[in-house]
Write a protein that binds this ligand. Structure first.
Ligand SMILES: Cc1cc2nc3c(=O)[nH]c(=O)nc-3n(C[C@H](O)[C@H](O)[C@H](O)COP(=O)(O)OP(=O)(O)OC[C@H]3O[C@@H](n4cnc5c(N)ncnc54)[C@H](O)[C@@H]3O)c2cc1C
Length: 480
């Protein structure tokens, strides 16, 4: 009996629909051999991350013939494979075309270059990390699914987007599609989330209100990890290079299968777009390299479309568009393209606390956050986090996303090298965010103990004894 469209989407949403790729294109067979030779599509979407997969579904739903081109591989969920790689087991599947591993707190060991899940691009003054896989960032991210507060959203889009429309329509629609939810109580109380409970206690002691975060981790898989029924991944802090056991509900389980199930959307992994130019009869010509798993180019062709959606992530969208403008292929592109790059105010803050018990390991899902609107020069959102490969250290980690609309970087085209790069990022541009996180951490430390690692210009023993005198005087006066 043929599956109904509703049943097909249901299967896809549960992750049971194996393989999203356009098999005809990948293997020259399958759906129809003619498909792989087709050169024209009504719409082409570049990238299958948050932007691209939503575009694909919405185009497919209204019957638009759409091709999604994705440079990365499709990584099927295999319950027996815990992760695609981590600091504890560095594999060739982790990095995009790199010969050495490069990640915070990870040894720079040699790896075989290939089409791994994470691109780490060493730009001037900054490493930019972004995904390279079917599902884009949703494969490698930490799953936090949080809307910005109204006041900052409205500063960013003063005359354009209406926050209320987002609040009541778009944010809830995306959350529902992704199946985002807050950490259930039984999981929050489990040993790998000890660090989350410590974090909550400390931030509240500093008089800030914490709130639970929506996340796209799959709590049923996490419960299986906790019960010993699934290989360990998210509960031991492994997430940055994907959770192969299905602990993360990536877009390959929501928007992408739903898009393919419309029957109007095809997805071609290992297809890297390298050039964009106008088509004489209208629309665009899209130059594509077909890749092998070692990253080598095994085929080249030019496709065409009437509508083009460039959703290749910040770094690669800028690379494609700035190069197209500067080479004269798309000379009318706005001069604003390539400007206004920001690091989202990202700051990682780690407080070592050898006397506080954190459990044997720290789980990856972020349980809670606090928004500190008024205290510092820049307002940070602070989230309970962990530092991969340091998950067994007695340390509390916060991830700060600081609201900084003043510091931007610019992508430039280097004509001699034929490549686009971030040209002017310096440490100064993230100094304000770093300073906000420093003051936040100091406040938490001061609220936590009377000796936050520095007595302030004296050897410590006298102050320690004096603090004890002070505390005991209060305790004795209160009757013990
Ligand atoms: C380690 C890590 C943790 C993160 N955690 C969070 C979190 O918890 N919450 C959160 O909200 N955000 C998080 N992010 C950020 C989030 O992943 C991104 O903001 C989001 O994925 C961006 O969506 P996008 O569609 O713009 O790009 P992406 O999701 O990056 O998708 C772009 C896609 O385009 C493909 N592509 C690029 N160039 C080409 C080309 N030339 N041809 C064909 N395909 C191409 C890429 O392979 C990729 O799949 C995290 C990011 C990282 C790296």
């Amino acid at each position: 009996m043929p599956l109904s469209r509703r049943a097909l989407i249901g299967l896809a949403m549960n992750g049971s629909l194996a393989g999203l790729a356009d098999t005809a294109a990948a293997q020259g067979g399958g759906r129809s051999a003619g498909d792989s030779r087709r050169g024209h599509f009504r719409a082409i979407v570049i990238g299958s991350g948050s932007g691209g997969s939503v575009a694909a579904l919405r185009l497919g739903r209204v019957g638009v013939d759409t091709l999604v081109l994705e440079r990365g591989r499709e990584w099927p969920v295999a319950p027996e494979r815990p992760v695609l790689g981590s600091a504890h087991g560095i594999t060739d599947t982790m990095f995009w075309r790199r010969a050495t591993a490069r990640w915070p707190a990870m040894l720079p060991v040699p790896v075989r270059p290939g089409t791994g899940v994470m691109e780490v691009s060493q730009e001037s003054g900054l490493d930019i990390a972004c995904a390279a896989a079917v599902g884009g960032g949703s494969v490698v991210y930490t799953g936090v699914t949080l809307a910005p507060p109204r006041r900052y959203f409205e500063t960013l889009y003063p005359a354009g987007l209406r926050y209320d429309a987002f609040l009541h329509t778009c944010f809830p629609k995306v959350r529902a599609m992704l199946g985002a939810s807050t950490l259930p109580g039984d999981i929050y109380r489990s040993a790998p989330f000890t660090h989350s409970r410590v974090w909550d206690r400390q931030v509240r002691r500093a008089s800030w209100r914490t709130f639970p975060l929506h996340s796209t981790f799959d709590w049923s898989v996490i419960r299986r990890e906790l019960a010993g029924g699934a290989p360990l991944s998210a509960t031991v802090g492994q997430s940055d290079f994907g959770c192969g056991n299905g602990a993360k509900k990536s877009l390959t389980r929501s928007y992408l299968p739903a898009a393919v199930a419309t029957g109007h959307v095809r997805l071609r992994p290992h297809h890297e777009v390298v050039s964009l130019r106008p088509r004489r009869r209208g629309g665009y010509l899209v130059g594509v390299h077909r890749l092998d798993t070692d990253g080598s180019v095994v085929g080249e062709r030019e496709l065409s479309c009437d509508m083009l959606f460039v959703a290749a992530g910040t770094l690669n969208t800028n690379r494609l568009l700035v190069a197209a403008r500067e080479r004269g292929d798309l000379p009318d592109l706005s001069a604003g393209i390539g400007t206004g790059f920001g690091d989202n105010g990202d700051q990682l803050n780690l407080r070592s606390q050898p006397l506080v018990f954190h459990g044997g390991s720290q789980a990856a899902p972020s349980a809670s956050a606090a928004f500190l609107h008024h205290e510092f020069a820049l307002p940070p959102l602070v989230e309970n986090w962990m530092l991969p490969s340091c998950e067994a250290l007695p340390a509390v980690v916060s991830f700060g996303v600081t609201v900084d609309h003043d510091h931007g970087g610019r992508f430039r085209y280097d004509r001699a090298a034929g490549r686009v790069h971030l040209s002017d990022w310096t440490g100064d541009k993230s100094a304000a965010a770093a300073s906000a996180m420093h003051y936040y951490s100091t406040r938490v430390a001061l609220a936590k103990s009377w000796l936050p690692g520095n007595v302030g210009g004296a050897n410590p023993s006298l102050t320690i004894a004096a603090l004890a005198e002070h505390a005991l005087a209060g305790i004795v006066a209160a009757g013990g």
